[in-house]
Design a protein around this ligand. Structure first.
Ligand code: 5CA
Length: 428
């Protein structure tokens, strides 16, 4: 992609409305544009990152046996009246009337809708377990939308729903998702901490939040220090769940089972939340199956959410420096940028074009061919945080060497054309 033909509207200064670093950097890097409070348009590189996160989550859901569907954003109030949540949800729910006066709403979550789908099509224990997910926009009329995409009103969520014959099997599904969550976050270079959580609006008695430690996080976490030194990838969920780790609402100083020296208190960003809530929705919405004895039983359900759009901000909170974003390779909008420092010099253009032409079928490459100052070019590339940068300028003309910069380590190495091509080959 040629930068000059693309659309990355970078800004020198961050707009005054942005309070935290990820919001500032997303605006400065031209990733999003606010359209109204807590509602954003996603500009090209913002969208690319969003899609990559979405894809990682999708792959780990599929690996864990979940099945993708797509439910609508607009739902009928009827099913929410049946579950009893239509009133309960209060002002956070955006309510709409269609032209014939029917009560509709913009979905804040999908327990009711997915239970209705299950109920219509599945009626035997032989079809269990089932786990259905979708990746869809949600709307919650938050009192205080803030921090950009971190607490939006419209936001992208992956939500899935498990259906099992009994509690025991439902807990197996729960732990299976727990593992998939850990894997998904690790693939984004995030180290999640899982904590016992309150199940709030969704309900139920078993719930965990997945949090990323960050000073700017909105949650306060209380956990065993040992958790920080554990590699969550190679540990059984049940073992992980045995450590003391709770979020604010669950913390009780008097009943805390670990000593003050062992307890760590940190701020965190909630990137995922999982729930087991038994028959809370299957009962009112008549989601029964026949068991082995031919009896009708209500299915046991769990729901599992990942804040896809929030993750864009959370990853930046975890990966940035004073110059800008440092994207982990797995979610970077482009893996490589090719920076022409002398875009008006025929020879330099020739070298860049030939390198670009040999690579351009790859949509992981951004070719910065803009006619702007060297300073702006370098600082824009730092800001948007492409992991690998090939810098072509005077030095390349003089001694045929290409400067390769690693955004994370800030190290620059000089390579011949052949070595450069080898280096590039290894990135993809
Ligand atoms: N139905 C359940 C699980 S599918 C549910 O809705 N859970 S939730 O309320 O905890 O939301 C799931 C995830 O969505 C959260 O962990 C968070 O990462 C993200 N999220 C929730 N509210 C917002 C918001 N206002 N802005 C951005 N992301 C949000």
């Amino acid at each position: 992609m040629k930068f000059s033909k693309y659309f990355i509207p970078t800004l020198i200064n961050s707009p005054s409305e942005a309070e935290i670093i990820s919001h500032k950097l997303m605006l400065r890097a031209g990733m999003i544009k606010q359209s109204s409070a807590g509602i954003y348009s996603w500009l090209p590189i913002g969208l690319k990152v969003l899609k990559k996160i979405e894809q990682i989550v999708r792959e780990e859901q599929n690996n864990a046996g979940a099945i993708e569907i797509l439910m609508p954003t607009i739902q009928s109030a009827d099913i929410w009246i049946k579950s009893g949540r239509y009133k309960e949800y209060g002002k956070e729910m955006l309510r709409i009337q269609d032209r014939s006066g029917r009560e509709m709403l913009y979905g804040p979550t999908n327990e009711e809708l997915v239970t209705e789908i299950f109920q219509a099509h599945i009626n035997s224990y032989k079809d269990l377990p089932k786990n259905l997910y979708h990746i869809q926009w949600k709307f919650r009329d938050e009192i205080r939308p803030r921090f950009g995409v971190m607490r939006g009103r419209e936001f992208l969520m992956k939500d899935n729903y498990s259906f099992d014959i009994n509690k025991e099997n439902a807990v197996i599904s729960y732990n299976n998702m727990f593992k998939a969550y850990v894997k998904s976050f690790l693939r984004m270079d995030l180290t999640p901490i899982s904590l016992r959580a309150d199940s709030g609006q969704i309900g139920g008695d078993l719930s965990h939040e997945f949090q990323i430690l960050a000073k700017t996080g909105e949650s306060t976490l209380y956990f065993d220090k040992e958790l920080e030194s554990i590699d969550p990838q190679n540990i059984d969920p049940k073992k992980l769940q045995n450590y003391y780790a709770v979020v604010d609402e669950m913390f009780d100083k008097k009943n805390c089972p670990i000593s003050e020296e062992k307890l760590k208190i940190s701020k965190g960003i909630e990137v995922g939340h999982i729930f087991y809530f038994g028959t809370k929705y299957s009962k009112p919405l008549n989601a029964f199956v026949q068991n082995q004895n031919g009896e009708k039983v209500e299915v046991h359900m769990g729901s599992y959410g990942i804040g896809i759009s929030r993750l864009v901000g959370a990853i930046i909170e975890a990966h940035h420096d004073e110059k800008g974003i440092i994207w982990p390779e797995s979610v970077a909008p482009f893996k490589l940028s090719l920076i022409n420092l002398m875009p008006e010099n025929d020879e330099c253009i020739k070298i860049c074009n030939s390198l670009y032409n040999s690579l351009k079928s790859n949509d992981e490459i951004l070719y910065d061919d803009r006619i702007v100052s060297i300073g702006k070019k370098l600082s824009d590339n730092e800001l948007i945080g492409i992991p690998h940068q090939i810098i072509i300028g005077k030095n390349t003309l003089k001694d045929k060497l290409y400067e390769i910069k690693n955004r994370k380590t800030n190290k620059i190495i000089k390579l011949s054309l052949e070595e450069t091509m080898n280096y590039v080959g290894k990135i993809f």
